[in-house]
Design a protein around this ligand. Structure first.
Ligand code: ADP
Ligand code: MG
Length: 647
């Protein structure tokens, strides 16, 4: 039978994960059973779906099921299913390797994380389902036959870096996984997994909703009966062994909300998401009317490490008449909500709908609309009623949600009211709505400023005039926010403006006054400003007096169409070649430094200090907005000279 037995090595990453599992960080080892049952259920789903088009895969009257079988003497536990099974290549592909992209990154993160809770969270979001069997077993075998093929495969491993694989015999399609249970009496987290009572309890706890019967053989005593089925008077008791189904099999999304506990919802979430952590939020939804469907949706607690990979799959499963039709669906939900996991069941779709047809299907489009609305409304409810939870959501998934501003025009307003920003108001996050409610009576627009961190922003000269007027300014620390707000353009009929690009907030009178002052002073300082401009002509478009500055001597202002300093920096870091957009250098004519420079300039046009001051003011302005100086060598030389004079 063992004709072509081959020993193969696990992929390096797999081996590392296995080590982690075996020396498990998990306090409860019971979850291995949940994982194996979950896999069996997936395999049954796949077979049932394939059998819709290939009828001969399922024999007439064959009931799809999962069976637990124990061998107390030899300490064995076997999980059987008559699902899709695997051929040799599939076993190697699915069991010997972890093909998921991002494994390496995750393992790096794991190595640097020493805390148990954190490790659990990391490995949890990865969902290394099958490998968890090595938490309870020191040897595992898989006997499996792919439906529609005739050869079976036997896979054996003790989880130590390699596995054996050979051709084998198996009557029925499907998979049997046998665990040679660990017998470590010391390890209290291991239970006796050959005890039917314990198995029943674990199944009830984690896998009750599985939609296939989970069978176990149970021994029962029965009194002998006579022909009429009445117990015989002096009849002996005899032992009967029979199959019992140990799960209720009720699809959880069809049950009324009051019958389902949070824990049940959480276990179902783990089954469909392959995530081991509890979900952050459960959303139930039932649409009635022209198109009827039910949805059970989840917001995970942690964003998947691959959420921003191009090929990340969606997390929804579609059921039609209780049969799972498709999984990892994107068509049911817009891409910016791809972090949502869950199931959708509709009776208005044909059983044999394909992925390709899904996109053009009118019912699917209706469902997508309805789900999107429901999710956005639920998020809004979370925002108003469970702020702490919402902020957890925000920390994980805001990058995806923000994509919605540009991707979903229909729901733009709704998404905009879900955005959170830091601001000059406090160190807490604020919504745009709350910002608007705090706006000063003379304030007409919403302002933001971008920067790398709060410190840089708060010291930005651009902020001065806003502080002076008591206007709140949003602090955008995430570079993408600038795109988001600029494309949003307005909120609650108020224009959104970039304070770093010279948004003018002075009143009409102030403007007139400032213009008058600038005119008068302009004459006075004209020569010096021209001189500065000549010196800096390579770097700045214009040097002019400012009316926005209070305590800073100078600042750089981009014109309306230029990039903001922060964005410019990010783009440069990404290696983008930007067209050199010259900025305007604005000078604070009331500042002592400028006054003194001017005094010197009037006395001696060739005063070296005056010559150097142009360069110094320009570089100062760069640094003040968090940008690097253009020529550090020259700048340090100037600074040294200045210090030498001072000390
Ligand atoms: P996941 O379930 O997250 O994909 P697992 O480690 O639990 O990860 O399982 C790995 C893969 O092995 C599954 O995706 C599936 O392709 C295959 N597999 C596991 N158990 C079975 C089974 N009982 N029948 C068929 N295929 C299975
Ligand atoms: Mg699994």
């Amino acid at each position: 039978m063992n004709a072509k037995s081959e020993t193969l090595n696990f992929q390096a990453e797999t081996k590392q994960l296995l080590d982690l599992m075996i020396h498990s960080i998990y306090s409860s080892k019971d979850i291995f059973l949940r994982e194996l049952i979950s896999n069996a259920s997936d395999a049954l789903d796949k077979l049932r779906f394939e059998a819709v088009t290939k009828k001969d895969l399922l024999k007439e009257g064959e009931e799809l099921h999962i069976r637990l079988e124990v061998d107390k003497k030899n300490k064995l536990l076997t999980i059987h299913d008559n699902g899709i099974g695997m051929n040799r290549n599939e076993v190697i592909e699915n069991i010997g390797t972890i093909a998921k992209s991002g494994t390496r990154e995750l393992l790096e993160k794991m190595k640097s994380s020493k805390q148990k809770g954190e490790l659990e969270g990391l490995i949890g979001q990865f969902g290394v389902g099958f490998y968890s069997s090595f938490m309870a077993a020191d040897k595992v075998s898989i006997l499996t036959k792919r439906a529609g093929e005739d050869k079976a495969v036997l896979w054996l491993s003790s989880g130590e870096g390699s596995y054996e694989i050979s051709e084998s015999e198996k009557e029925l399609h499907g998979t049997s996984i046998t665990l040679h249970l660990k017998t470590d009496k010391e390890d209290e987290s291991l239970e006796d997994y050959t005890d039917e009572y314990i198995l029943k309890r674990i199944v009830k706890q984690y896998s009750d909703f599985i939609s296939y019967p989970i069978l176990i053989k149970e021994e029962r005593e029965e009194e002998e009966k006579d022909e009429k089925g009445e117990p015989k008077k002096d009849g002996k008791k005899r032992k009967v062994i029979e199959d019992v189904t140990i799960n209720s099999m009720k699809p959880i999304w069809t049950r009324s909300k009051s019958d389902v506990t949070e824990k049940d919802y959480a276990e179902f979430y783990k089954h469909i998401s392959h995530d081991w952590n509890e979900p952050l939020k459960t959303i139930t939804f039932s649409a009635e009317g022209r198109i009827e469907y039910k949805a059970l949706l989840y917001i995970p607690a942690k964003s998947a490490f691959d959420m921003f990979f191009q090929n990340t799959k969606g997390g929804l499963r579609l059921y039609v008449k209780k049969v799972m039709i498709l999984e990892n669906l994107e068509e049911l939900i817009p891409r910016y909500l791809r972090f949502i996991k869950g199931v959708v069941e509709s009776t208005d779709l044909p059983l044999n709908i394909s992925r390709e047809n899904l996109q053009k299907n009118a019912v699917v489009m209706q469902i997508q609309k309805g789900l999107t609305k429901k999710i956005l409304d639920s998020l809004n409810e979370m925002l108003t009623k469970e702020r702490d939870n919402y902020e957890k959501f925000w920390a994980e998934f805001s990058p995806a949600l923000k994509e919605g501003i540009n991707a979903d025009f229909e729901n733009r307003e709704k998404i905009a009211s879900l955005l959170l920003f830091y601001s000059s108001n406090s160190d807490k996050l604020t919504t745009l709505k709350d910002y608007v409610s705090r706006m000063k009576s003379d304030q007409t627009d919403i302002f933001f400023i971008t920067g790398e961190n709060r410190d840089i922003i708060e010291n930005s000269p651009h902020l001065e005039s806003f502080k002076n007027k008591g206007y709140e300014v949003l602090y955008l620390l995430d570079p993408v926010d600038e795109f988001v707000l600029e494309s949003l353009g307005e909120f609650d009929k108020k224009k959104i403006k970039n304070a770093g690009k010279g948004a003018d907030i002075s009143t009409k009178e102030e403007k007139e006054k400032a213009e008058k002052k600038l005119k008068e002073e302009g004459k006075k300082y004209d020569d010096l400003l021209k001189f500065f401009q000549e010196k800096l002509s390579d770097d700045v478009k214009e040097v002019k007096l400012s009316s926005r500055l209070v305590s800073a001597p100078a600042c750089l202002v981009a014109d309306e169409h230029g990039f903001s300093p922060h964005l410019e920096k990010i783009l440069k870091q990404h290696g983008d070649k930007l067209p050199k957009t010259k900025k305007i250098l604005e000078i604070n004519s009331d500042h002592k430094i400028f006054q003194n420079i001017h005094d010197r300039y009037t006395k001696d046009k060739n005063d070296p200090l005056v010559l150097e001051s142009a360069e110094l003011l320009y570089n100062y302005s760069l640094l003040a907005e968090g940008a690097p100086v253009t020529n550090p060598v020259k700048f340090t030389a100037l600074l040294t000279k200045l210090m030498e004079r001072a000390f």
